[in-house]
Design a protein around this ligand. Structure first.
Ligand code: SD4
Length: 337
């Protein structure tokens, strides 16, 4: 109960305790917490949680977390992924910390952990983004091994199959096939991957936020194509005063609305993570009109109180949430269409 003298002081200012505009209920803060896109997020969260539960920094957690997905032998986020239409695997990744430091690499070839190269760009260069040959040159100078220039056996099969028609046609929810319950992405029966991106955002025990996003991009894309994943404000955004968000799905449409920056700004205006993600999805649907049915985009977000949420265009998107040793679970994204 409010102390009587304090109540009288407020009264003398013409305010009651409950109309005082800056009055807030004490925030229930759930921290640390980590969330990540799709079912592969379960394994990635485990690695991130090991760091968070021991008082580690969110930045380390989001790097180590998505590295699990990048290095999974049977995964399409890293070098085992489907190639572009010219037969080359090109990788995009970015990372952002609580001080708005950020780093990104795009159109990077033959490097196993693009997220770690993105972190080096952030920490060791005056730049935010490095692309293509320059990104690879930087990675090698930083001691990242140059991996062999060849497709995995599965990717080769899948590419040869694709070449028969050479049609660029992104498959909605390919990342989350009902045929697979595996926490680590696996090939589908038709040879496609069930995953090509992971985005992760986390808050550590200190209450600091960070995020990462890493992808092989859309399978059989044009050579040189970038999606949203390496673009700060599109595939990932962190504002340590407000919250953090990441995106997955058709990158072109995330870029169009500066998706994750929009989600964070909507949270700044007071929306919950779920409602902020929903509004961003609605904006894409409004822009796309009838064509929205042909695409999938999903956003996930956390705020400074450790509340989380996600939303997507259509059914089939899910994300993994972890905030305790025994709490690492999948949540189905709510959808609009
Ligand atoms: C891209 N947003 O390259 C990525 C693809 C993706 O789940 O997220 N797929 O456009």
């Amino acid at each position: 109960m409010l102390h009587r003298r304090r109540f009288l002081q407020l009264g003398s200012l013409g305010l009651s305790a409950f109309s005082f505009s800056s009055f807030r209920m004490p925030a229930a803060s759930r921290k640390p917490i980590v969330i990540s896109t799709w079912d592969a997020g379960i394994e990635a969260n485990k690695a991130a949680w090991k760091i968070l539960r021991n008082g580690g920094r969110a930045l380390d957690a989001v790097e180590q977390g998505v590295m699990v997905t990048e290095s999974s032998l049977n995964c399409c986020v890293g070098l085992g992924a489907n190639p572009d239409r010219d037969g080359h695997v090109t990788l995009d990744a970015c990372i952002m910390d609580e001080h708005a430091n950020c780093g990104s690499v795009a159109f990077l070839e033959r490097i196993k952990h693009p997220v770690s190269v993105a972190r080096r760009v952030m920490e060791k260069t005056p730049h935010v983004m490095l692309v293509g040959e320059g990104a690879q040159q930087f990675a090698v100078a930083e001691g990242f091994p140059l991996e062999p220039d060849k497709l995995s056996d599965d990717a080769k099969k899948s590419y040869e199959n694709w070449l028969k028609k050479s049609e660029y046609k992104p498959v909605i929810n390919i990342e989350n096939s009902k045929k697979s319950t595996a926490a680590v992405p696996t090939r589908l029966e038709n040879g496609d991957w069930n995953h090509d991106t992971i985005g992760m955002v986390a808050m550590d025990a200190e209450g600091n936020l960070s995020g990462s996003c890493t992808t092989s991009g859309m399978a059989f894309k044009m050579r040189g194509r970038l999606g949203d994943s390496p673009i700060i404000g599109a595939g990932l955004y962190v504002d340590n005063e407000v919250g953090a968000a990441t995106a997955t799905g058709q990158g072109e449409d995330v870029i169009r609305i500066c998706g994750t920056h929009l989600v964070v700004e909507l949270m700044r205006q007071g929306l919950s993570p779920e409602n902020a993600c929903k509004k961003a999805v609605e904006r894409i649907i409004k822009i796309k009109g009838a064509k929205a049915k042909e695409i999938q985009v999903g956003f996930i977000a956390i705020n400074k109180r450790g509340e989380y949420g996600g939303y997507c265009i259509q059914k089939g998107f899910n994300f993994a949430v972890c905030y305790a040793d025994d709490k690492n679970f999948l949540v189905d994204g709510k959808y609009i269409l």
